[in-house]
Design a protein around this ligand. Structure first.
Ligand SMILES: Cc1cc2nc3c(=O)[nH]c(=O)nc-3n(C[C@H](O)[C@H](O)[C@H](O)COP(=O)(O)OP(=O)(O)OC[C@H]3O[C@@H](n4cnc5c(N)ncnc54)[C@H](O)[C@@H]3O)c2cc1C
Length: 464
């Protein structure tokens, strides 16, 4: 039986569920933001699920998952579809399991919180903040993106400047995960075991609930400092990031000129030709941050306190991370981006060398973060003037020649993205081999028939 026929039978078997069969809706639900990449846009064109379902509770999820396992229907889990790599594009068709309706907030207390996977991150914070807590990482897509989707496909966001990525030990406390089997199993994974399902693009388990460590909720002041000279802007960021432990910060991003010119709605705060640092610091840290900016020759050109941010419903977070690329794309559709990570010890030298060599074809946008091992560095989502796919690959090589790590943003195969290595490659470090084997073992445990998001995890070769 074809997937399409099997999907039609699913809906007949479970008529009480909320099914979508409409062509236009299915096309929409089969897409994410992979169109940022001209490569993925070409590769994923026309790929679509055969049917979608939006369960409202765990019983409905279990019923539909069991039916898929019996009928061998591929299942692609969808949060809000804001991923960048075609992670929710069902490349082999089948069912789209839309978890946006499975979105209840659970609790927040004592520095931890729990919710169902489909909750939007903005909604999580709105529920947790009155209790004194907020998420440790807020991707710039926080208004739409779900907790399960961030865990399944994301990295981190505002907050990673302090707490590192989601993958840093201690950030994720537990995950309740369902298997895809005729009799679905549900297990609570804790700590390091839960992280084996993180950033696996919904290939090795359906996450039902997440328990995460939280940060104290604070009123954040949003500021922009602009700089004439790039070295001074970098020195300011590196000092604010790694050498002023008394300043409490949530976001620190450096937009090398000419990127600020794309921020049309902030134009009055961004003098032409200057580099701009966008930051969120605790209200109590504003004075020290201003002094530090002044000492580095920076001018504060924008300042909003937490109350104004709330009233205006506009935050600088939506100019950072991959929203930088989105803001630029609103002005020029012929742009794309790369994903790079600088060496903690050579970051300044690397940034200056690449800026000198490649600007304005490549416009550097730096996000200051901590790595999983606690070191301070910056990552980058450079905005790139696209010419050809070959040139895009060449630009990545130039970064690598400067000692900068490139994670390929232009692939829908997990292992080619750089966060998980191919198990079949010989030159793996022990840690890389263990991570790859663990991902496959999780797949065997939670998806023994290989129905979850097929076509994305190359290291898994089929039922063992
Ligand atoms: C403009 C823009 C800015 C962005 N900024 C950031 C950023 O700051 N930080 C960042 O990390 N990312 C960022 N992203 C990427 C993306 O928005 C985030 O990773 C987001 O959290 C994904 O959430 P989602 O609900 O949209 O996930 P989806 O796109 O729906 O899913 C992402 C992946 O997770 C899987 N998945 C979803 N739910 C589950 C579940 N319950 N169980 C198992 N697997 C699941 C899906 O199958 C898919 O593979 C950005 C993207 C865009 C377009």
């Amino acid at each position: 039986m074809s997937h399409a026929a099997a999907c039609a039978a699913l809906a007949d078997e479970l008529p009480a569920l909320a099914w979508t069969r409409d062509d236009a809706q299915l096309t929409r639900l089969s897409q994410d933001f992979s169109w940022f990449s001209p490569v993925l846009k070409r590769q994923l064109e026309g790929k679509r699920g055969d049917i979608a379902v939006r369960p409202r509770n765990e019983d409905e999820i279990r019923a539909v998952v069991a039916a898929c396992a019996r009928r061998r229907v591929p299942v692609t889990v969808r949060g809000s579809g804001t991923g960048n790599y075609g992670q929710i594009v069902p490349v082999q068709g089948g069912l789209i399991l839309d978890l946006s309706g499975f979105n209840a907030f659970g609790w927040a207390r004592g520095g931890a919180g729990r919710a169902q996977a489909g909750i939007r991150l903005g909604d999580f914070d709105r529920a947790a903040q009155p209790l004194g807590w907020e998420l440790r990482w807020l991707p710039s897509t926080f208004r739409a993106a779900s907790l399960g989707g961030l865990f399944g496909g994301g990295f981190g966001g505002a907050g990673s400047v302090t707490y590192g990525p989601i993958a840093a030990a201690g950030n994720v406390l537990g995950a309740r995960v369902m298997s895809v089997e005729p009799e679905p199993q549900v297990a609570e994974l804790r700590g390091a075991e839960a992280l084996l399902v993180h950033h696996r693009w919904g290939t090795n388990g359906i996450v039902l609930e997440l328990e995460v460590a939280l940060a104290p909720a604070l009123p954040w002041v949003e500021m922009i400092a602009t700089f004439e000279a790039l070295p001074a802007a970098i020195d300011f960021c590196m000092t604010l990031h790694g050498a002023t432990p008394g300043i409490v910060r949530k976001e620190l991003a450096l937009m090398c000129a000419p990127i600020p010119e794309y921020f049309v709605t902030l134009a009055e705060h961004l003098p032409q030709g200057r580099h701009a640092v966008l930051m969120l610091v605790a209200e109590t840290s504003e004075g020290a941050t201003r002094e530090l900016a002044g000492a580095h020759g920076g001018d504060i050109t924008y300042r909003k306190d937490a109350a104004e941010v709330k009233r205006l419903n506009r935050t600088l977070v939506e100019y950072c991370w991959n929203h930088t690329t989105l803001q630029a794309l609103k002005v020029d559709r012929n742009l794309t981006y790369l994903q790079a990570r600088f060496d903690p010890l050579r970051q300044k030298e690397q940034v200056l060398a690449l800026h000198d060599k490649l600007s304005p074809e490549v416009m550097l946008h730096l996000e200051y973060i901590r790595l999983t091992d606690g070191r301070y560095t910056c990552s980058s989502l450079p905005v790139v003037r696209f010419s050809t796919e070959e040139r895009l690959a060449e630009l990545g090589q130039v970064f690598e020649e400067h000692g900068v790590v490139i994670n390929n943003a232009h692939t829908h195969v997990l292992e080619d993205g750089g966060k998980l290595r191919d198990m079949d490659r010989s030159a793996l470090s022990a840690a890389q081999r263990m991570a790859a084997e663990a991902a496959v073992a999780m797949k065997q445990r939670f998806d023994p028939a290989g129905l979850l998001n097929p076509g994305k995890l190359r290291s898994w070769h089929g039922p063992g």
